[in-house]
Design a protein around this ligand. Sequence first.
Ligand code: DX5
Ligand code: ZN
Length: 223
Amino acid sequence: SNQPLIAPSILSADFARLADEVAAVKGQSGRGADWVHVDVMDAHFVPNLTLGLPVVQSLLAVTDLPLDCHLMIENPDRWAIDYAEAGSYNVTVHVEAADDPVMLAKNLRAAGSKAGLAIKPKTPLEAYLDVLKHYDTLLVMSVEPGFGGQKFIADVLDKVRKARRMVDTGHLNLIVEIDGGINADTIEQAAEAGVDCFVAGSAVYAAEDPALAVEGLRSQVEA
Ligand code: DX5
Ligand code: ZN
C-alpha cells in the first residue's frame, strides 16, 4: 500500500468551535491530517445524533482539507448524493442501510465525490465483493458505529486482510479505511493487516495538541 492517510474524526471535537478544530488537525508541519472524517448520525441507523448537511457545507467553506463524510443514516440512497454535490471528497454509506449500493456508488461518482462503503463489525465482506468493484473506499468499522472512545475490535482485521489481498491482486481497487478505537496502541496492528487510511477521533482530539497527535500516529505507521 501507499503512504498511510490519517483522518481525524471531528466526532470528538468541540462542536461549538468546529472551524478551529479542523484547523487544529491540519497543523503547520505538512504532516497533519490528510482528510477530516465527519460522522453524520441520524438517531435511527445508530442510537446517536450528530450533524448533517448544513454543517458539512459550512465546514467545506472554511477548510481546504478533503472531507471524508461517514453517513451512519437510514436511506442513504436518498441523502448521500447531497453530501457529494456539496463538495465532499469522499462519501461513505453503510451497506447495511443501502437499498441499491451499486447505483448509489455511480450516483456519488457522477456527483463528483469518491464513493465509500462502510461495513459494521459483524457484517461479512464476502457478500459484497461484487458491489465493492464500484467503490473507491472501504470503511471497515472496528467498533459498533454510534460513539467515539470505544474499544478496538481486533477481529475485524481479518476483513482488512481479505480486502488488502483483493486489492493487491488487482481484484479490487480500493482505499482500505479503518474506523473505531484507533490509537497509539492499536494503529500498528491495523497497519500490518493492510489499512491505508486510519480514522482516529478521541486519540486525536483528547490530545493537548491534535496536530501533534496526528503526526505521532503517522510516524507509527509510515514506512
Ligand atoms: C463511530 C465513528 C467514528 C468515531 C471514532 O461511530 O464512526 O468515526 O469518531 O472515534 P474513536 O477514534 O474515538 O474510536
Ligand atoms: Zn466514522
